[in-house]
Ligand binder design. Sequence first.
Ligand SMILES: Nc1nc2c(c(=O)[nH]1)N[C@H]1C(S)=C(S)[C@@H](COP(=O)(O)O)O[C@H]1N2
Ligand SMILES: [Mo]
Length: 389
Amino acid sequence: MSLRLADVGRNLEERRDRALRSPLHDTRTAAILGIALGVAFTVCFVTGLYSHLLQRPPSWFTPPTLPANTYRVTQGLHVATGLAAIPLLLAKLWVAHPRLIIRPPVVSAAHLLERLLLVVLVSGAVFQLFTGTANVLRWYPWRFFFPTGHYWAAWVTMGALLAHLGAKSSVTADAVRRRRRQEVVLDGGLGRRGFLAAVAGAAGLLTVTTVGQTVAPLRHLVLFAPRRPDIGVQGLPVNATARGAGVVDAATDPAWRLSVVGEAVPTALALDQRELAALPQREEDLPIACVEGWSAGGRWRGVAVSDLLLAAGVRPGTPVEVQVRSLEVNGLYASSILSSDEAWRSSTLLALELNGEPLHLDHGAPCRLIAANRPGVLQTKWVTELVVR
Ligand SMILES: Nc1nc2c(c(=O)[nH]1)N[C@H]1C(S)=C(S)[C@@H](COP(=O)(O)O)O[C@H]1N2
Ligand SMILES: [Mo]
């Protein structure tokens, strides 16, 4: 038995040694892929942090005033770099795996630590890419709350990545410098170049066939993403229909009112549809940018939240926090918070119309929140109450 195991081990080592003589498994190929992965993960991490801060602002964070499309771009980048990282990670694992076959598997405490770090890094990366992709596909085959799990796993993965980069920095630098001189001699036929080109091609193809869910000119190339920015009622995709949210009756009831209430409100309001439509209307071009990776622009017309605050007697510029409440009773996105800056910004609307038509029930009629630079989950539909504090 032990003899056989030894044979298997020797066999593996022979295969490893053969593999390591190929440029496809050398440190230069590993280094190049590592750099590409590092860049993709860093962009993904930073854009993900920004998205997280907007969705769950800690007390020290107020959403900065940025161009209205900023979130659309950052979230588009988040999903695109995450998807592109999938072929890069697979290639990197394939390139590096012969190096993991060592006997004995652990030679010292430091070596054990290094190997454990790799386990954390690889499983963290796989977890992030898997859960992120499932989210884009709107598939939630797990028990935990996605944003929380994805957020904490991101810190763990990036921590492990930083430590890995620290451990590998000199090897990487050497590999990148050393082989550049010898490349012409070493590489023939389908060597490193061909392999790396194939990996880049796979990443590029994946990007081109998914990024159209947020980059409208590429929408016809969308293959794997479930959304296209131009497919949906009134030229915009729908996330959660009125029926799905259980609000059809309440949203079509003539007794519907928009209330403006709360401790900061001198004169509480309760407006019916006609009264709301009689207030001054504004038009804004603003995108819906869903965290799931799709986005689409629309032309919205409606009443500025700031005009409603003024109509309710709130003095201009008073620091406020506005909770926007939906008719929806139980949904995760049944309400959202506007910071003072967002509430007073004239482009923040309760929209009554979309692309020149009365707002469709599935887009949030009688009225829905639409504001610059907010994740889709915060663009509350079927609004019935503004609570001003
Ligand atoms: N009340 C309520 N508002 C909501 C949602 C919801 O489930 N309930 N979904 C949000 C999400 S995740 C997105 S992306 C946008 C989508 O808006 P649309 O369906 O009009 O495109 O609505 C947001 N507003
Ligand atoms: Mo969304």
